[in-house]
Design a protein around this ligand. Structure first.
Ligand code: PHE
Length: 356
């Protein structure tokens, strides 16, 4: 390489080493490779040479151009990395700051109700569990002590799917109760979970939809009694509906997977729809002590562990709480309805302290 080229190379390298930001870097790049850059000028000068010297000089210049292009690019990468490091060191995120108010976008009443339920049971030590919408017959029915040919299977208007390789037909889960089974099989007690999720039944009118949402609850521990079940649900219902003295009635009932089983009613006025007074009763959830056979089916010794379970319709509690008369608009994506019944994302979900 001629002295001239060696000098250009070392000068450029020194200039690159001296720059400390991308702006200065770009100035160096332009001064060498730009239209009026020093290397560009040398390349332009090739035309004036005789063919032999042009070939030699041309090869040397091309090599130099490759080297300089590489050095310039490497410097850019290094500068960008340094700038990012500096930004990361300088900028601090404060996750405790409240979010900026958002001008649009509301929480759907189903999501809102599920969040409120989760917050209230969360305060009582329950965590959220989930399961798939497509279940096998055993988890949706069998393990829950609902035998084959039992009327509960017809009552639930089950959607069956095509049979798999084993000849069994999977189902769209008719309730969230199969997640009780999944939870008990996945880890040993004690257990406290709630299970919000989609459920399916072949049924459609103003108060029934083929797809709807339920929230299951399951608590398994040593020495859990009906008293725990009642206290837990009374606290929840009063906090959820925001009525401190909401009348709550436990009415003897039947579910194959609980023994004893109870339907839970709240006090309301049938004519006006007002909750809390009026002398009428409205059924709001199913509950009971987990049947010993269900515990045994799920590998839990019923002589050592007891528990309670409950299940409620999420749309149903949301409708009652918000005075929504019809179920169908929940799924129709009508913006007028959504704006009317939606909730700001900034509204705290914790309603008030349970039992306060
Ligand atoms: N799975 C029942 C239903 O869908 C509700 C329920 C859950 C009842 C848990 C008792 C215990 O109707």
């Amino acid at each position: 390489m001629s002295d001239e080229l060696t000098r250009l190379k070392s000068e450029t390298e020194a200039a690159l080493a001296a720059v400390s930001d991308l702006k200065a870097w770009d100035a160096v790049r332009v001064s060498v490779l730009g239209r009026n850059g020093s290397l560009t000028a040398l390349l332009k000068g090739l035309g004036a040479l005789d063919p032999v010297s042009r070939r030699e000089r041309g090869a040397a210049l091309n090599r130099l151009r490759d080297e300089l292009t590489q050095a310039i690019e490497a410097r850019r990468v290094a500068l960008e990395a340094a700038e990012l490091d500096a930004r990361l060191a300088a900028e601090r995120l404060d996750p405790s700051l409240p979010p900026l108010p958002s001008p649009s976008g509301l929480i759907h009443p189903i999501s809102r109700a599920a969040e409120e339920i989760a917050a209230l049971f969360g305060a009582m030590g329950f965590r959220i569990a989930e399961g798939p919408d497509i279940e096998d017959d055993w988890r949706n029915f069998g393990a829950l002590n609902i035998p084959a040919h039992h009327s509960a299977r017809e009552d639930m208007d089950t959607f069956y799917l095509a049979a798999g390789a084993d000849g069994r037909r999977p189902v769209l889960r008719t309730h969230t109760s199969p997640v009780q089974v999944r939870t008990m099989l996945s880890a040993p007690p004690p257990i406290r979970v709630i299970v919000p999720g989609r459920t399916y039944r072949a049924d459609h009118d103003a108060t029934h939809s083929p797809m709807f949402h339920q929230c299951e609850g399951l608590a398994i521990d040593r020495g859990l009694t009906l008293g725990h079940l009642k206290g837990c649900l009374i606290d929840f219902l009063r906090a959820y509906f925001g009525i401190g003295d909401l009348p709550v009635r436990f009415r003897s009932s039947y579910f194959p997977f609980t023994e004893p089983s109870m339907e839970v009613d709240i006090g309301w006025n049938r004519k006006t729809g007002e909750l809390g007074r009026g002398g009428d009763w409205l059924e709001i959830l199913g509950s009971g002590m987990v049947h010993p056979k269900v515990l045994a089916n799920c590998g839990i010794d019923p002589r050592e562990w007891q528990g309670f379970a409950f299940g409620m319709g999420i749309e149903r509690v949301a409708m009652l709480k918000n005075g929504i008369p019809d179920l169908r608009p929940f799924y129709e994506s009508d913006l007028r309805w959504l704006r009317h019944y939606g909730t700001s994302a900034l509204l705290p979900t914790m309603l008030h302290e349970v039992g306060a």
